[in-house]
Structures are given as structure tokens and as C-alpha cells.
Design a protein around this ligand. Sequence first.
Ligand SMILES: N[C@@H](CCC(=O)N[C@@H](CS)C(=O)NCC(=O)O)C(=O)O
Length: 214
Amino acid sequence: MKLHSFFRSSAAYRVRIALSLKGLAYDYLPVHLSRGGGEQRRPEFLKVNPQALVPVLEDGEHLLTQSLAIIEYLDETRPVPPLLPKTPPERARVRALAQAIACEIHPLNNLRVLNYLTGTAQLGEDAKNAWYHHWIAEGFQALEARLAGDRATGRFCHGDAPGLADCCLVPQVANARRFKCDLSPYPTLVAIDANCRALEAFQRALPERQPDAE
Ligand SMILES: N[C@@H](CCC(=O)N[C@@H](CS)C(=O)NCC(=O)O)C(=O)O
């Protein structure tokens, strides 16, 4: 397999964690998201993904985009260890947690959105950071409430084995730390993140451990 990735991309980080949890080897193909206007916008990459986004996973003849779809594909084709629980209600719970991050928080704080704010919309750095903090706070408050009061939550987002929701949580928490968000109102998220990062599988996927890390 080949993974088109950028060390700091949280969506690519999700897939790196999933690959690592499953012990799958892959070639790392770096795509620098800001150098020279962003390598993701070059014609050769647009042939790989017309959306100009990482991650992209190549598995033989299959070209896969969208981190959640990629992780579910990996889970279906290499089911051990599973990243989704067995029963439909549990699977729906884990997917909802993952999507609360990947579909609600992350798209608002993605690089191209932040660049639009400081470029076209002509906002300053302070306004951009306020935007970032606002959407993290709104999203994390809801996640904290959902996870803290639920018996299905364990050492990880769902029970005591890491899964799809944890693949999304850890990169989003890392991003929030990079933007200096106050995480003290979210003790459950912080504890799950720490439990994940204690595992070697999560450590192998860390941004600073990638070949393109700066
Ligand atoms: N929904 C997509 C999001 C992918 C995405 O937003 N990737 C970011 C990096 S985290 C990217 O490539 N950004 C390029 C840009 O903003 O120009 C997924 O889950 O794969």
C-alpha cells in the first residue's frame, strides 16, 4: 500500500493510526500542503485526488480517498484487530463520535478554510485563532458530554480497545494543542488521548515520527 500524507495533516494522521493499529506496512508519499502554494494543487496530485486533499491510500489498483472511508475499507479488508464494535447500535455510536470530529469540527478548521479567512476574507491572525478556538470549544464540549456520562466509554472512546473514534480524536486533540486551545474543560477527552498515546501503535503514527516531519 501507498499513503499520500502530510505529517501535520490530521486526516492523514487518522489513517496512519489505523494502519499502525492493524500492523500494516505501507510506503509513505509526502505531499507538502503549503510549500509552493501546496503540492496538493499540482496537476499530478489532482489526478490522484481531484479534491486536492490528503490522505489518499493506494491499495494495489484501488485509489481510496476520505479518511473515514479509508479506515472502514481497511477494517473490512483486514478485520483484525477490529476498529468497529460488533453490534449495530455500538457501531453507530462509534461512527457518530468519529463523525462529530471528522465532519463537524475538522472541516471548519481545515487549512484551506483558515487560509481563506486570512486571505480572501482579510481577517487577522487573532480572528483566525478565535475562529479555530470557537469551533474546537463547541465541538469538544459536546464530545466531552457524550463520552463522560456514558457507560460505553472506557479507557478509549468505546470500551477498552482503541477504534475508529480514537483514530479521529487523537489527531484533533493534537491539532487543538498546536493552536494552544485550553483543554482543561475536557478531562475525558484528555484522558482517552493519553491512553491512546501511551500505545506504540499511536506513537508510530505521530506527526514528528513521519519522514516529512519538519
Ligand atoms: N474529509 C477529508 C478531509 C481531508 C482534509 O481536509 N485534508 C487536509 C489535511 S488535514 C488537506 O489535505 N488540506 C489541504 C488544503 O486545505 O488545501 C478526510 O477525512 O479525508
